[in-house]
Design a protein around this ligand. Structure first.
Ligand SMILES: Nc1nc2c(c(=O)[nH]1)N[C@H]1C(S)=C(S)[C@@H](COP(=O)(O)O)O[C@H]1N2
Ligand SMILES: [Mo]
Length: 317
């Protein structure tokens, strides 16, 4: 059979887990006798009553299909970094306490007019699509996620930033009574991240509202999180409540905590080790295999240009 040699992001669809595996997960669970699925997975029940549930599944953008198998939903929703709910990976049940409605999103800073909008109003103004993206954590594990969402560029268009805005700063909720990790005062809460305007308007930069064909799980950053597949995972801030357009480079959560280990740009590069470990390879959570890490996590053709002439800056930490 003739197989066309393809670029990293255009690997054949057949190599990705078929949609039915996750879109029909509920049917599969029911058919296999897991009639108590809603009790075993309380999130499935809440996803059904989510006011945005009718928006899923969204059409898949076939430009972003990839070579790896989609990571099973149960792994993805139960192996998380979400320090607001604990410093370990097993935060899924604690995160269920997060109230995600009503959810206000504020847009401020260097914009024509400040906007405060309800999440459900915002999402219905955005063109939702599904994309398969690789995710590479700075801790050297990775997974493949069927996200649903819209390009950050669409949010930028909606926000109408002023010409002097050069960065987009994003902030997570602050609710220490619910997210008890936020009571640990040695962390610089709330979680903050930032990207340049050139990055924000790059087509790959994606605001996530869903995953696995339904509203995104709380453990994965409901109702609105970022995903930047060419950067280390910590850039992909969860449960966003505020977008601020600014002319100052934001200091992110991990930078504020340990600037010698975590930088602003954080682009994936196997040849630039973290001060305490190698970045040359990663553990794929889907297969548990150790696989080589690729520069820009394999998305260089989209984003390498963004960093031309910036060799004097720490773009890989
Ligand atoms: N608000 C917030 N966002 C966050 C984090 C966090 O602790 N808090 N962890 C980051 C890190 S280190 C990673 S790897 C990803 C993990 O996303 P996942 O749990 O959906 O895999 O979220 C990122 N976004
Ligand atoms: Mo991470």
């Amino acid at each position: 059979m003739y197989v066309k040699r393809q670029k990293g992001w255009e690997i054949p669809e057949r190599l990705a887990t078929p949609e039915s595996v996750y879109l029909n997960r509920r049917q599969i669970l029911a058919a296999s006798g897991f009639g108590m699925a809603a009790a075993a997975f309380p999130r499935l029940a809440s996803a059904e009553t989510d006011p945005s549930a009718d928006l899923y599944p969204a059409p898949r953008n076939s430009k972003y299909t990839i070579e790896r198998e989609v990571t099973p939903e149960a792994i993805n929703t139960n192996y998380n970094n979400f320090y607001e709910f604990g410093t370990h990976k097993n935060i899924a049940s604690a995160a269920e306490a997060l109230p995600i409605r009503p959810w206000e999103v504020k847009i401020d800073g260097l914009v024509e007019t400040e906007i405060t909008t309800d999440f459900d109003t915002l999402i219905r103004k955005m063109p939702l699509e599904e994309r398969l993206y690789r995710h590479r954590c700075v801790e050297a594990w990775s997974m493949t996620v069927p996200w649903t969402g819209f390009p950050v560029a669409e949010l930028v268009k909606f926000a109408k930033p002023l010409g002097d805005a050069t960065y987009l700063r994003m902030e997570t909720f602050m609710m220490p009574d619910v997210a008890t990790g936020q009571k640990q005062i040695w962390y610089p809460w709330p979680y903050v991240e930032g990207i340049s305007m050139a990055e924000a308007t790059n087509d790959l930069a994606f605001l996530v509202t869903g995953a696995y064909g339904k509203p995104v799980a709380k453990s994965m950053g409901a109702p609105l999180r970022l995903h930047l597949p060419w950067k280390y995972g910590f850039k992909s801030i969860k449960s966003i409540v505020k977008f601020t357009f600014t002319d100052e480079q934001p200091v992110n959560f991990w930078q504020a905590l340990a600037a010698d280990e975590y930088g602003f740009w954080a682009n994936v590069n196997p040849d630039v080790p973290h001060p305490r470990w190698s970045q040359a390879s990663e553990r794929d959570l889907t297969t548990n295999d150790r696989i080589p890490t690729v520069i820009f996590n394999g998305y260089g053709e989209y984003v390498a240009d963004l960093y031309a002439g910036m060799e004097d800056q720490p773009i890989y930490m």
